[in-house]
Every structure is written in structure tokens, then in C-alpha cells.
Design a protein. Structure first.
Length: 459
């Protein structure tokens, strides 16, 4: 798909036929040639939301306020007018978040309702992140991708430690909100392509509004927005070609939607550049070749080594460092067993096949492209080379690029299984491998959470 670059476009094209992407065929709607049945989608989304929300519940009760949280919470607490309007006037008078008005409104609304009690903030953020993963699933389903991609990629994405700071730091919670809006906008646009004229206009309006809110929440989503519009345009083109409609039946409304969306997002981006001090110097002293080279280097180091082949070592080291105790191992075991049993059950029930080697390679390459694309564009926007870190607040900018990470992990795992595991055991081995990845990701996240919790002891 075009969100994933050229390789992703091939992935979408092959998923339309099913035969090239899947190692074998089953029912049309389950092998990639159509949409997953609604009952399967409901079960998958329920499981996905439940496992992600419950994994967050294991640590959110011990999190608190950190760094910038103390400053804005103290200032908002001191204002006499504690209405939403009063809080917003104070924020505007201090010129906070001018380039992120959605964050401004979100934090004012959350403080109005929750005040100085951190638990509801973190519970709300856990719900938002779990909801974003469900919307990611809905988007992949709308692209008619095989079941093994549609479920495994959002599941891995939702548990990734790459953007751990966005889970713990209230001042960074707008990142999860931005990601949820992005997936909602992409899903609504793709659903509009499939829907009739009656609901199409409404869905396209929701799509443009959601994309706009995503960009007004946090700028790390910026690189994926134009790629998403290209993907939507490609889907409109293939829909027109395969449905027997006259050429003007879909191209004119589709072209109008794309132009309007591009214009809205372009104006918002210009606004953010104008009001952001960081963006004012972002185009100085940047060599694009060096940026791309560093992007590839960061992708390999961060995804393939530290959190790829080195994930078991990283998870074990973090677990020992955090000293979380047996409770973490027990919860990790429950998550692993649940993921293994559910994936094995649902894939058997739907007779879902793994990808072919070419399909798995496309998924791996698409994920790699997404990470590099987001890195390069974000570096240009921020005016300095990004260094994705395993810990610390700097990894808050990785939440959009982590879409590619999930593709790299799932695609790479599938490639390895197809190469070394006998055909009869490939499906079960894939389920076990995804479960193991989820367990290690959770251990990393929970170990980070233990450290953050110790920085805010309960009193």
C-alpha cells in the first residue's frame, strides 16, 4: 500500500487477487481476495482491544506526573476560573501549544475533569492507544489484506516499546490521540471508496476532519499523510477499474476529495510552520543525502538489531534492571498464552494462510520504507538529526514510524518461518513467534513503566 511506499502498493495489488500474496487459497473473503467477515472482525477487534487495554492496566495505577506535567498542572491549578473557557484563556495567554490546538483543548478538558489525579489521565491514554490499534486493524481489513497481516501487525504495533514515553508521560499523550485520528481518517476514506453515494460524502468529511485533527494534535504524523492520500487515490482508481463504472463516475468525486484534503492539510502545515519556533529554522544546514543515510542507519540499528534480533536480550536486560519481580513474568505469560491460543484458533477457523515468500518480503520492505520515510521527513521538519532511543523522552516521536516497525517484525518473522519450518508447522510456529514478540515487547514496556512508577511514588 502506498502508505508503505512502492512495495506496499504491490502488497495491496497482490491482496486484490489473493493468489500471489497467499501461499495457498481458502475462502475468497479470508485469503485476501475480499473482506474478512464481520463476525471475525468483531472477535478480532474485541481481542485486540482487550489484550492491549489489560496489558496497560498492569502498570497505569502506579504512574503519575513527570517533568513538564508538573509545570502545566500547577499553572492550571492556580487559575481562579476553573471552567474550560478559563483554562483555555490561560493557556492562550501563555502561548502554550499554539501549533497543537488539539493538544491545548485535550489537556484543558482532561484537567477540568481529573485535576491533579494522574490515574484517569493514564487510563484515558491507554484506551486511546488500544482504540488506535483497533482502527489500524479496521484500515488493513478495508484494504482486503490477508488475515495474518490484518491481525498480527496491529497486535504487534500496539505492544511495541518503541514509543514507550507516549504511554507514561501526560505531556506526550497527544501522540496517541494523533495516531488514533490518523487511522480513523484513513479508515473512513477507504470505507467511502467501498460505500455507496449515500454514505460516501459523510465518510469523506469524517476522513478530512480526522486527518486535520491528527495533524493539529502532533506533527510526527505529517510524513504519512501525503502517502495516505496516494493510497486512497490508488484504491479509488482500482475500484473504478474493477467495478464497471464509467471513468467519470468515481474519478471526479475522488479527485475532488483528494484535492480538498491536500489543501486542508497543506494550510494546517503552513500554519504550524508559521507559529512554531522550532520549524522556523528547520530547513537550515540540512543535507538530504545525509538525512536519508542516517534514516536507513537508524532503521537498521533500532528495528533490526536493538528491537529485532536483539529483542530477547533487550527484554531480559530491562527486566533485570527494573527488578519488577514475579508479577511481570506472570502477566507476560498470560499475554503470551492468550495471544498464541487466539491466533491459532482464529487462523484455523478461517483457514487463513501465511503469505508467500514474496508477500512476506513485500511486507518487510514496506515496513522498512515507512520507518525511513517518517524519519527523513521528521528530521527536515525539526531541523536536526533524530536519534531514536531505547529509553528516555526522545522516543515519543517514534509512534508514527513504529507502524513500519510492526511490518518489519511480522514480515521478517514470516520470512524466517517460511525458510526453515516445514509447511505443516508454519502456521502454528507463526502464532507462537508473534506471541513471543508480544511477550518480549510487553516486558520491555512494563519494565520501563516500573522505572517511571518509582519516579512517582504513591503517597
Amino acid at each position: 500500500m502506498n502508505v508503505f511506499g512502492r512495495s506496499g502498493q504491490e502488497l495491496v495489488r497482490m491482496s486484490s487477487t489473493g493468489a500471489d500474496l497467499c501461499g495457498r487459497t481458502s475462502d475468497a473473503h479470508e485469503s485476501g481476495a475480499g473482506y474478512l467477515p464481520r463476525n471475525v472482525a468483531v472477535q478480532d477487534c474485541s481481542f485486540l482491544f482487550g489484550i492491549l487495554f489489560l496489558s496497560g492496566l498492569s502498570y497505569v495505577g502506579r504512574l503519575g506526573f513527570y517533568s513538564d506535567d508538573w509545570h502545566w498542572a500547577a499553572v492550571l491549578h492556580s487559575v481562579k476560573d476553573q471552567s474550560l473557557g478559563g483554562l483555555l484563556r490561560l493557556i492562550l495567554s501563555r502561548q502554550w501549544y499554539f501549533e497543537r490546538p488539539v493538544q491545548m483543548l485535550y489537556q484543558a478538558f482532561m484537567f477540568l475533569n481529573f485535576g491533579l489525579h494522574p490515574l484517569p489521565y493514564h487510563l484515558s491514554n491507554t484506551l486511546v492507544l488500544a482504540g488506535a490499534a483497533v482502527l489500524f486493524y479496521a484500515t488493513l481489513r478495508e484494504l482486503q489484506l490477508p488475515h495474518c497481516i490484518t491481525l498480527a501487525v496491529p497486535l504487534v504495533y500496539g505492544l511495541l516499546p518503541h514509543f514507550a514515553t507516549d504511554r507514561f508521560w501526560i505531556a506526550a499523550h497527544q501522540a496517541g490521540l494523533s495516531q488514533a485520528f490518523f487511522f480513523l481518517g484513513l479508515y473512513a476514506a477507504l470505507r467511502a471508496v467501498r460505500g455507496g453515494r449515500g454514505c460516501s460524502l459523510c465518510l469523506k468529511t469524517v476522513s478530512i476532519l480526522s486527518f486535520s485533527l491528527a495533524l493539529l494534535s502532533y506533527e510526527v504524523i505529517t510524513p504519512l499523510l501525503p502517502a495516505s492520500l496516494l493510497l486512497i487515490g490508488y484504491r479509488m482508481y482500482t475500484k473504478r477499474g474493477g467495478s464497471g463504472h464509467k471513468p467519470h463516475a468515481l474519478i471526479f468525486p475522488g479527485l475532488g476529495f483528494l484535492l480538498l484534503a491536500a489543501a486542508c492539510l497543506g494550510l494546517i502545515l503552513l500554519y504550524k510552520v508559521q507559529v512554531s519556533e522550532r520549524a522556523s529554522s528547520s530547513l537550515q544546514n540540512l543535507a538530504i543525502g545525509e538525512v536519508v543515510r542516517n534514516g536507513v542507519d537508524e532503521t537498521i540499528r533500532f528495528n533490526l538489531f536493538r528491537y529485532g534480533a536483539g529483542l530477547p536480550r533487550t527484554a531480559f536486560a530491562l527486566y533485570r534492571f527494573a527488578g519488577a519481580g514475579g508479577w511481570l513474568a506472570i502477566i507476560a505469560g498470560i499475554i503470551g498464552i492468550s495471544v498464541l491460543l487466539y491466533l491459532n484458533w482464529t487462523f484455523k477457523r478461517s483457514q487463513s494462510a501465511l503469505l508467500s515468500k514474496n508477500g512476506a518480503l513485500c511486507l518487510f520492505a514496506a515496513g522498512f520504507v515507512v520507518f525511513v520515510l517518517d524519519y527523513v521527513a521528521l528530521t527536515v521538519l525539526m531541523g536536526s538529526q533524530l536519534k531514536f532511543t531505547i529509553d528516555g523522552i526522545d522516543n515519543r516521536v517514534t509512534i508514527a514510524a513504529a507502524i513500519g516497525t510492526a511490518g518489519v517484525l511480522v514480515g521478517g518473522t514470516m520470512l524466517l518461518i517460511l525458510a526453515v519450518v516445514p509447511a505443516k508447522l508454519q502456521s502454528l510456529t507463526f502464532c507462537g513467534a508473534i506471541a513471543a514478540i508480544c511477550v518480549m515487547n510487553f516486558i520491555c514496556v512494563a519494565s520501563f513503566a516500573e522505572c517511571w512508577a518509582r519516579a512517582y511514588p504513591a503517597t
